[in-house]
Write a protein that binds this ligand. Structure first.
Ligand SMILES: Cc1ncc(COP(=O)(O)O)c(C=O)c1O
Length: 235
C-alpha cells in the first residue's frame, strides 16, 4: 500500500501463469488481493492471457478459474492457432479504436478466419478433455519422478504444464534440461524450455489441445527413453 501511495501506478500487468518464467503460477488469494487494491486505488488491472487463454488451462480464460474480472485482458497466439492474431477485451470505459492496434499482420483475413474456426472448436467438451489429459500427464510425470532423480516440481494448470529439471542435490540444472531438449528433438519431439534468464531448467509440456492419448504416451515414452539414456535413473 505504501508503494502504491508513493509511486501512484496507473496500471498493473499480470501473467497468472508465467510461461517464460518457469511455469510459476500466482496464488489465488494474492490475485484477489491485487484486484482489491486496484479497486481501492483506481489502478487498471491488465491480465496477459496470451499463453493461458482460449482453453489452454481448461477454461476459456484462466481468469475464469480465478473468478477474476480484470479491467483489460490481452490475448493472442492461441486464438489464431498459429496464425498471427491478437486482441484485447476491456471494460467499456477503456476505449480502444480499431486502428489503435497496428502491426505488420493487422487485419490479416486468413488469421481472422482461423480465429473464428478455432473459436467454434472451443466448447465444454474440449475444455473437459483438456483437464482429463492434463491429469493423465501429471500422473505419468509423477510416476516418472519416482524413477528419475532429475525430475523436480511439476507445476501448471490444464495443458500448460512444466516440470523442473534438477541435479542429484535437488538444485535446478539448466545444462541437463538443454541436453534433454536436444535429445528430444532428435526423437522428433519439440519440448520448450522456459526462456527467461535463470528459468531454463523448466521443461514445458504444452501440447495442442486436441492431442490424443496415444500421442501423449508416445511423447512421454520418448521422454522416459531420453532420461534413461542420460542415466538419470535413481538406481
Ligand atoms: C505471455 C506473453 N505476453 C506477451 C508476449 C509478447 O507478444 P508479442 O511478441 O507478440 O508482442 C508474449 C510473447 O511471447 C508472451 O508469451
Amino acid at each position: 500500500k505504501d508503494k502504491i501511495k508513493k509511486c501512484k501506478p496507473s496500471g498493473i500487468i499480470l501473467e497468472l501463469i508465467q510461461g517464460n518464467g518457469g511455469t510459476h503460477q500466482l496464488d489465488f488469494e494474492f490475485v484477489k488481493g491485487v484486484r482489491k487494491l486496484c479497486d481501492i486505488y483506481n489502478i487498471t488491472m491488465i491480465v496477459d492471457e496470451i499463453q493461458t487463454g482460449f482453453g489452454r488451462c481448461g477454461e476459456l480464460f484462466l481468469c475464469d478459474l480465478y473468478g477474476l474480472i480484470p479491467d483489460v485482458i490481452v490475448f493472442g497466439k492461441a486464438i489464431g492457432n498459429g496464425f498471427p492474431l491478437f486482441g484485447t477485451i476491456s471494460k467499456p470505459r477503456y476505449k480502444f479504436e480499431v486502428d489503435d492496434h497496428s502491426f505488420t499482420f493487422t487485419h490479416f483475413p486468413v488469421s481472422m478466419a482461423a480465429g473464428l474456426a478455432y473459436l467454434r472448436q472451443v466448447n465444454k467438451k474440449l475444455l473437459n478433455s483438456v483437464m482429463k489429459k492434463a491429469g493423465y500427464i501429471v500422473d505419468r510425470l509423477t510416476n516418472l519422478r519416482n524413477d528419475y532423480f532429475c525430475l523436480g516440481e511439476i507445476r501448471g494448470m490444464g495443458l500448460f504444464l512444466g516440470v523442473d529439471i534438477i541435479d542429484k542435490s535437488g538444485n535446478p540444472d539448466i545444462k541437463l534440461a538443454e541436453i534433454i531438449e536436444k535429445k528430444m528433438l532428435k526423437e522428433k519431439i519439440i519440448i520448450g524450455l522456459s526462456k527467461c534468464k535463470g528459468f531454463g531448467y523448466n521443461i514445458k509440456f504444452k501440447p495442442m489441445l486436441n492431442i490424443t492419448y496415444s500421442q501423449i504416451n508416445y511423447a512421454l515414452d520418448k521422454f522416459e527413453k531420453v532420461l534413461t539414456e542420460l542415466k538419470c535413473t535413481r538406481r
